[in-house]
Design a protein around this ligand. Structure first.
Ligand SMILES: [Zn+2]
Length: 67
């Protein structure tokens, strides 16, 4: 299910986590060469992704909200 990004925070290990409008959180790692998300490491890049949609597997699984 496609959900919009509403914000970001960092977890205890400093990994970036996207907050989705469904109440679920999703890690958005920049971990080359496996995960290429250079936008996540800058404030400007993250702000540019607010409102974009990500596939939320937690919704498909019927998981309870993370917040
Ligand atoms: Zn969700």
């Amino acid at each position: 299910m496609q959900r919009s990004i509403t914000g970001f925070h960092q977890d205890a290990e400093d990994h970036w986590v996207a907050e989705l409008d469904c109440g679920h959180f999703q890690h958005v790692r920049h971990d080359p060469p496996w995960m290429m998300r250079p936008w996540v490491v800058t404030e400007e890049g993250r702000l540019s992704m607010i409102g974009h949609r990500l596939e939320c597997k937690k919704c498909e699984a019927g998981a309870p909200p993370d917040r």
